[in-house]
Ligand binder design. Structure first.
Ligand SMILES: Cc1ncc(COP(=O)(O)O)c(C=O)c1O
Length: 376
């Protein structure tokens, strides 16, 4: 049932349950047909009020810190696959309570911790697969001078004792044809090691829920990989974006319209820097519902923070905007929600779910204490 916008408070991240379920169904089909495990990357999707739903379809979750691992354990009821760029000494014992896989980013990290790893935990190493097509340096794990993953030539002849898995992460919103090329490089560089391990993790960035993604091709290359390495018991994929892809919105409201130059700026009750930081970092211009490239009324959207660059544009509308109008940013569920901050003391948007039966459920809202308690 489509969303009744006037039932939604502003500002609010709104997840459409039906859209999430359709993403999860597709991911489940990939798991079943390719016989792989797909786990949810919390860095991209950590809306824990729907973890019970996610758990019905996916094989668990991956964490990159103690807090993410604990959230997986408490809210999904499973142990996390944990990979940290470096393990924080004070966290290492506790992180093992919530994890059943630990991946290490360097040989020195593994050497440092290997004698403290509990016997029920399976250890892996993150390696650099030597190929990636991510053009934005900020998001390219295989960029020159990358600190993420061991470069192939450092591994020597044998994997260190106790290592049972290999992990790479080299994709960002890529398709299966890019994965195929990454796998060609990965298997060439690490073939002998791949014949020694029990599991392999292909990281995230598999945007299988995007329209036009060739899911059948993904299934085929996963099956081919499994056939090539029959010793590998588990092939794992850990997407974040694909879980929440186009599954919801950031609902905002026009507070004022200013015009100091040729094009007017609608000032909103949200902020790009606080509530949609990826738009400025990447950068990319998000879609807004009910805009029209040929519309006669053009606006910048201005954030409510005082950062000079907290605006983007432009977008065109068929009708002039007025104070009180709703501006609905599309595809704002993955990453955006996780990366919010309270710069300027600006409140965080509420979080809500548009249930598939057409009801709105407010799952969280924020107040002064949330801002105050982060600081001291
Ligand atoms: C190690 C690792 N795994 C998984 C992911 C999730 O990637 P995505 O959300 O693009 O699928 C990331 C994203 O940065 C990552 O660094």
């Amino acid at each position: 049932m489509s969303v009744t916008w006037n039932k939604i408070p502003s500002p609010c991240y709104l997840l459409e349950e039906e859209k999430l379920i359709s993403n999860l169904q597709l991911i489940k089909r990939v798991q079943e047909e390719a016989q792989v495990s797909v786990i949810c990357a919390l860095k991209g999707f950590a809306m824990h009020s729907v973890f019970p739903l996610v758990k019905k379809y996916l094989s668990g979750a991956t964490a990159s810190s103690l807090h993410e691992a604990r959230l997986v354990y408490e809210k999904m009821g499973v142990k996390a696959h944990t990979y940290c760029v470096a393990y924080i000494p004070n966290d290492f014992e506790e992180i093992q309570k919530y994890s059943d896989y630990l991946t290490f980013n360097s040989l020195s990290e593994y050497e440092r911790w290997k004698n403290k790893v509990h016997t029920n935990i399976s250890c892996g190493l993150r390696v650099n697969p030597g190929y990636s097509e991510v053009t934005t340096e900020l998001y390219n794990p295989c960029a020159p001078h990358s600190r993420l993953g061991i470069a192939g030539h450092l591994l020597g002849e044998h994997l260190p004792e106790g290592i049972e898995g290999l992990h790479f992460h080299a994709l960002c919103e890529n398709d299966s044809y890019t994965l195929e090329k990454v796998l060609a490089s990965f298997t060439k560089l690490y073939d002998s090691f791949l014949r020694q391990v029990k599991w392999v993790n292909f990281g995230g960035g598999h945007l299988m829920t995007r329209k036009g993604y060739d899911v059948e091709h993904l299934i085929k290359i996963l099956k081919d990989f499994r056939q090539k390495y029959p010793n590998i018991q588990e092939v794992i994929l850990e997407p974040g974006s694909a879980v929440g892809w186009e599954a919801g919105y950031l609902v905002s409201t026009v507070l004022d319209i200013v015009q100091n130059n040729d094009i007017p700026i609608a000032i909103l009750d949200v902020s790009f820097t606080c509530h949609m930081p990826d738009c400025l970092e990447m950068p990319y211009q998000p879609r807004i519902l009910n805009t029209n490239e040929k519309g006669a009324f053009e606006y910048y959207m201005g954030g409510v923070s005082c950062l000079a660059g907290d605006y983007m544009g432009t977008w065109k509308f068929d009708k002039a905007l007025k104070v009180g109008d709703k501006i609905i940013f599309d595809d704002m569920i993955h990453y955006t929600m996780v990366k919010t901050n309270t710069f300027n003391g600006i409140n965080l948007p509420s979080i809500g779910i548009w249930r598939k039966n057409g009801e709105f459920e407010l799952v969280n809202s924020y107040r002064y204490e949330n801002y105050k308690n982060r600081l001291s």
